[in-house]
Ligand binder design. Structure first.
Ligand SMILES: [Zn+2]
Length: 430
């Protein structure tokens, strides 16, 4: 009977210390009364082995062994009086260290639950019948993941820390090949970031060959300074994003020329209506469009070919901008490591000659980043350099921040990110 209870409670390794166990059931709550065996321990003051029993003490330890019911152990332990020097002292209590009130079993389960990025501190607390603050304390005490070693190819990006945060942005470094998060910094500010990165040993920094970034000028300066051998590649999705934004601005400008009455749809010119409703034709990949579109206002159905033709026939500038955008998209899809700066420069000239200010601006941007754009056609382990992995992690980071209603303590956030999003992050002291 005693052994069965010991097994149920996963206390096998404490078998020798247990005298008796008694179960008391309260409403939705289990209490196990455990008596410890008398222990033979030396007096901490004089080392004498013989003692009288002075008194009994009780300690409550949370031990969430059952899924559906909260549970704690009430452990009765001895206090002894030394026969030699009369000193009174306690025996160690099983399951938890002196100031702890949670069993190691529960603690390990809490830490395991903290590995799941969607679990909030509050949720884990209620699951194990401890307060959210206790979960936070456990986390702070046991979780402090180390920075990973810098990889040969690094993705670099930032995320917004929220309105309530004193710090505005954090910067993430990620291993392009493994997808693991290397480190999270509390700034994206040039000088502060350089300061922190320069603390990493130079041999490690020298080994970095590529860093992938969005088109953010500060990062370019940071990388030149901190990773002297690294080439910079800009994330091509980011270039396309800028291109699409320019395209969209042009569409809106053109569209508004045809706007006659903003308050009622029926008086609007049909061009305005079409450019507004089918805006995505100008920015989405052609392959991703449906085959046909029913157009209720025209009481007809267009194939996607016809609809695109219709939209582009509305305005010359719009058509020219669209064609330019498509030339770049093709270039982005087909270029490779043999593509030269001259090829890209030809393309940039076309943007500079564009009649749209928005496209001229894109041309300037392309020129400013031409070396980094060219580098982005490099493949590592068969994959083109990009920041797609970090974008994915950033959405998980957002979940962590949301479930915690924002982290006031940046270091705790950093630890939770590394602990929950990287695999096999070790626990302190293990
Ligand atoms: Zn003594």
């Amino acid at each position: 009977m005693l052994n069965d209870t010991i097994n149920i409670l996963s206390l096998e390794s404490y078998r020798e210390q247990i005298e008796t166990i008694e179960l008391v059931k309260e409403k939705n709550h289990l209490v196990y009364l455990i008596k410890q065996k008398r222990q033979n321990i030396a007096c901490p003051t004089c080392g004498f082995m013989e003692s009288h029993i002075h008194s009994y003490m009780r300690k409550k330890i949370v031990h969430s062994i059952h899924n559906d019911m909260s549970c704690h152990l009430l452990i009765t332990y001895h206090r002894y009086r030394c026969k030699h020097c009369k000193q009174v002292y306690s025996e160690p209590v099983m399951l938890a260290k002196r100031y702890e009130t949670i069993s190691q079993y529960t603690r390990m389960n809490v830490l395991d639950d903290l590995r799941v990025s969607t679990n909030t501190f509050t949720f884990i607390g209620s699951k194990h019948n401890i307060s959210a603050q206790t979960v936070i304390n456990l986390f702070d005490e046991y979780v402090e993941p180390r920075r990973l070693k810098l990889s040969v190819v690094i993705c670099m990006d930032e995320f917004y820390l929220g309105k309530r945060s004193k710090l505005k942005y954090a910067c993430v470094l990620l291993d392009f090949v493994s997808g693991a998060i290397i480190e999270v910094f509390d700034t994206r500010h040039k000088h502060k970031l350089i300061d922190q990165l320069l603390r990493i040993p130079i041999t490690e920094r020298m080994a970095v060959q590529y860093v992938i970034i969005d088109m953010w000028d500060s990062y370019r300066a940071v990388i030149h300074k901190c990773f002297p051998n690294a080439k910079i590649a800009v994330d091509s999705f980011h270039v396309i994003w800028h291109l699409n934004r320019a395209m969209n601005d042009i569409r809106i400008r053109v569209m508004n020329r045809y706007k006659k009455n903003s308050s009622s749809l029926i008086h609007n010119d049909i061009y305005y209506y079409m450019l507004k409703k089918y805006y995505f034709f100008l920015v989405v990949d052609y392959d991703r469009l449906a085959k046909e579109y029913v157009i209720p206002k025209l009481k007809t159905t267009y194939t996607k070919d016809n609809l695109l033709y219709y939209l582009l026939s509305i305005d010359k500038e719009l058509r020219a901008a669209f064609e330019l955008k498509e030339i770049y998209r093709d270039f982005n899809k087909t270029a490779d490591q043999y593509t030269t700066l001259e090829d890209l420069e030809d393309l940039i000239q076309k943007f500079r000659k564009s009649s749209s200010e928005e496209m001229k601006k894109v041309g300037k941007m392309l020129h400013n980043w031409q070396a980094e754009i060219l580098n982005s056609f490099t493949k590592v382990e068969g994959k083109r350099l990009s920041n797609s992995k970090i974008e994915n992690k950033n959405s998980q980071i957002k979940t962590i921040m949301k479930t915690a209603n924002g982290y006031k303590d940046f270091y705790r956030l950093r630890n939770r990110i590394l602990f929950s999003l990287n695999k096999n992050t070790s626990i302190k002291g293990k």
